[in-house]
Design a protein around this ligand. Structure first.
Ligand SMILES: Cc1ncc(COP(=O)(O)O)c(C=O)c1O
Length: 404
């Protein structure tokens, strides 16, 4: 693909995002992305003009809504190279991982089984496994990082044994931006007979993902980081794995037949969607997929890589700034300024209309590893541009002057 094809029309793109109006430099897309007008309109129409329940109505509006909801599932599946029957709509990546831990883990893991996670995981890929550990007695091993902040797959290779039943790793670190070599991780996990779950929360908005080509078993992500609504995400799991998983929540919709003596379950994925689903959000999710596909993830990735290079270069030129993570981070740059707490930096930057994230980023074990209580994090979206970086750098210079 030529460089021209990969260049984004930023003026046009930025005009699609009402949340960016007013000269605001939004550098917190890793926390949640702004929404394009098409997503806003899709959700407004789903909540207004087209609103009805799904899966039960005998009237046309409900039948149409059911079609739209299932079309959303098809789109989300296609977006990551999966089949529609393999997508469970969840509240987000957090719920998707909890679903796997409670349903698959509860049914398939027993005391003494081991799972492997890594030092850089988000709390949502740590705590669900600890809850499972407390319930069934599994052991959790933690794969270390390389010096530049990648998951050290050489170490993983040495650590993995046939006792490992699951490997659960982030595709892209929400703090360091480091990109996992998923294909190698899959080969290592499968080599010892373990399944592999990938937390794709930060990957799906930034790099093209094809779960079938990658060969993963579970893939979790959230719509709101992909320019879609909050309150919805997806668990993708290979059909034969999903089919063999028991339900994890009971209620309406997830059943086949209920009597007081015995209840039988609906097939997957419906079996995992108890209650009235997030109908409006699913339709917004599909609109977000359309929007991102319309621009193209190759182009988005190339654009964000360029921004990362510029920002890392500018920060590295300052001798009182530590930049974390590898050079080829995907869309995310974490850093620390000597003598300035990230919260103070974040507050001063806000006065200059620059929004960054400051804190532990729901990755406290990674902060412990880095030896800092918090970092400042700039994370890009497809709408970010050089003016955002310039405003950030100006704000950093100002902060340093204030702190003497
Ligand atoms: C890498 C990663 N995993 C999981 C999550 C959790 O996502 P959510 O809060 O949307 O469930 C996040 C959100 O910050 C994340 O960055």
């Amino acid at each position: 693909m030529s460089v021209e094809t990969l260049t984004l029309d930023l003026a046009k793109i930025r005009a699609d995002f009402p949340g960016l109006a007013g000269g605001w430099h939004y550098l917190d897309s890793g926390a949640t992305a702004q929404k394009p007008q098409s997503v806003i309109e899709a959700t407004v129409n789903a909540m207004g003009r087209d609103y009805a329940t799904v899966h039960r109505g005998v009237y046309a509006r409900s039948a149409n809504m059911t079609l739209a909801y299932e079309e959303a599932r098809r789109k989300v599946a296609g977006f990551i190279g999966g089949q529609e029957g393999e997508i469970v709509f969840t509240r987000g990546a957090t719920e998707a991982i909890n679903l796997v831990a409670q349903s698959w883990g509860g049914a398939h893991l027993k005391a003494g089984d081991r799972i492997l996670i890594s030092t850089l995981e988000h709390h949502s890929n740590i705590v669900p496994w600890q809850l499972l550990r407390d319930r069934v007695g599994i052991e959790i091993d933690v794969c270390p990082l390389t010096a530049d902040g990648r998951i050290d797959l050489d170490a993983a290779e040495r650590m993995l044994t046939p006792a490992h039943k699951l490997v659960a790793l982030a595709h892209v670190s929400n703090v360091l931006g480091s990109v996992l070599d998923v294909e190698r991780a899959v080969a290592l996990a499968h080599g010892v007979g373990a399944k592999i779950l990938i937390d794709g929360c930060q990957a799906v908005p930034r790099i093209p993902v094809n779960v079938a080509a990658l060969g993963v078993d579970f893939y979790a992500f959230s719509a709101h980081k992909l320019y879609g609504p909050t309150g919805i995400g997806a668990l993708w799991a290979r059909a034969e794995i999903l089919d063999a998983m028991p339900p994890w929540q009971g209620g309406g919709s997830m059943i086949d037949r209920v009597t007081f003596e015995k209840t039988t379950w609906a097939p997957a994925p419906t079996r995992f969607e108890a209650g009235t689903p997030a109908i409006i959000e699913a339709i917004g999710f599909a609109a977000a997929v359309d929007y991102v596909q319309g621009i193209g993830l190759d182009a988005i990735h190339a654009h964000e890589c360029g921004l990362v290079k510029t920002l890392r270069g500018a920060l590295s030129a300052m001798n009182d700034v530590t930049v974390f993570g590898p050079e080829d981070s995907a869309g995310i740059v974490s850093f620390a300024i000597d003598g300035v707490h990230p919260h103070d930096l974040g507050t001063i930057l806000d006065e200059g209309n620059v929004a960054i994230r400051a804190g532990h980023h729901c990755a406290q074990p990674l902060m412990d590893h880095l030896g800092v209580p918090a970092t400042a994090r700039a994370s890009f979206g497809l709408y970010s541009d050089e003016s955002d970086i310039a405003a950030l750098i100006a704000g950093i210079e100002r902060t340093k002057r204030i702190f003497g």
